[in-house]
Design a protein around this ligand. Structure first.
Ligand code: PLP
Length: 396
């Protein structure tokens, strides 16, 4: 049951559903490692690929299959593989097709573990990498080499919500024969469609908005049927980064409400960004949905929403940022994001503490910067919470 003409909200409720003989309403959870065959001949046919069907849950599982099909409908992708975490998706997507002697160009503003994969892990296997300022198209062009096989970036970036022009970078990459691999977590599949902007492979940490209720880790890699068949299929089967069927089931239920949650969280984020921009003690607000975002033109071109995240900087530096966080009553201190609960983090001492001070400064991660992920609470309550915490920060 896969209807390409469905609008996202419909696809996310019905897409990919595989009903068992019992006709259950809600998607079934196939919590099984393996599958039994009626005869030896049937097993042989299954292994030969002559009979379509499941063999072993490391390869594929009916609940995971529903999640992958639903994600394909949402993303407009031909095929997908669901992984145990966002990082399993990132590492699989890169390692499955790169080899020693290849080169990768990546934006330096990356999620911490993504940066480790590009900067530290890939070179161990003889895959060189160059990190650049992703906002600068000349830097992308200058970094390309004859052996550049992939470009990798996220947009908006974590935590400063900088943007990378997807279509422009794809044009540069493709002119040099490199694949475009995008981590689309911050924009969510609701607000940015990288494949329509000529990206080749899209990755999600489903841990974030796709679950959206803080329950489980998960990830997904989406691309063309050919790319997945040629590169990811065997890698995935034989190295085992697949998602647990239980988590696939949780994520399937998350997808049903994704459009509603992302819309409500974006409305809260926009409201918080506007409130912060007018508050004493705030030196800078970075929100892709605001006209004063340094790359508002790119946001308008490639995003259909302003994001559920807001970054802002307090004049009082780390002391004010800590006082602000400690005074919050509703918004919780956590490095997670995309959750129903509003969450805030101080990147310089948490998610980005492993970067050298110089690298942090280069990314604009100052001691006064905070990253807020807007949740599903009432917007009035969130703004009041921020106002009273700001008063505490100003007294600090
Ligand atoms: C969280 C995150 C990841 C990693 O996902 P996990 O599910 O935690 O492994 C990768 N990229 C971005 C942008 C993220 O926010």
């Amino acid at each position: 049951m896969a209807h390409k003409g469905w609008k996202p909200a419909t696809a996310l409720v019905h897409g990919g559903t595989l009903r068992s003989q019992f006709g259950e309403t809600s998607e079934a959870l196939f919590l099984t490692q393996g599958f039994v065959y009626p005869t030896a001949e049937a097993a042989e046919a299954r292994f030969k690929g002559e009979d379509e069907g499941f063999i072993y849950s490391r390869y594929a599982n009916p609940t995971n299959d529903m999640f992958e099909k639903r994600m394909c409908l949402l993303e407009g992708a031909e095929d997908a593989r669901a992984t145990a975490s966002g990082m399993a998706a990132v590492s699989s997507a890169l390692l499955c097709f790169l080899r020693a002697g290849d080169h990768v160009v990546a934006a330096r503003a990356l999620f911490g573990s993504c940066r480790w994969v590009v900067e530290t892990l890939l070179p161990k296997y003889g895959i060189e990498s160059t990190l650049i300022d992703g906002r600068d198209l000349k830097a992308w062009e200058a970094a390309m080499r004859p052996n550049t096989k992939a470009v990798f970036f996220e947009t908006p970036t974590n935590p400063t919500l900088e943007l990378v022009d997807i279509a422009a970078v794809a044009e540069i990459a493709h002119a040099h024969g490199a694949k475009v691999v995008i981590d689309n977590v911050f924009a969510t599949p609701m607000q940015q469609k990288p494949l329509q902007l000529c990206a080749d492979v899209v990755i999600y940490s489903a841990t974030k908005h796709i679950d959206g209720q803080g329950r489980c880790l998960g990830g997904v890699v989406l691309g063309t049927k050919d790319w997945i068949a040629e590169h990811l299929h065997d890698y995935f089967r034989h190295t085992g980064p697949g998602l647990s069927p239980f988590n696939a089931w949780v994520l399937l239920k998350g997808l049903e409400t994704l459009p509603v949650r992302v819309a409500a969280q974006t409305a809260n984020a926009a409201r918080i960004a506007d409130a912060l921009a007018d508050m004493k003690g705030v030196s800078r607000v970075l929100y892709p949905g605001r006209a004063d975002h340094p790359q508002a033109d790119i946001a308008a071109k490639q995003m259909s929403g302003g994001s559920t995240l807001v970054a802002f900087e307090l004049e009082g530096g780390r002391k004010a940022a800590f006082a602000f966080e400690n005074a919050l009553n509703i918004i919780r201190i956590s490095n997670n994001l995309g959750d129903a609960k509003s969450l805030i983090t101080h990147p310089a001492t948490t998610t980005h503490k492993n970067l050298a001070a110089g690298a942090r400064a280069e990314l604009g991660i100052t001691d006064g910067m905070l990253r807020l992920s807007a949740g599903l609470e009432d917007g009035d309550d969130l703004v009041s919470d921020i106002e009273q915490a700001m008063a505490a920060a100003l007294r600090a």
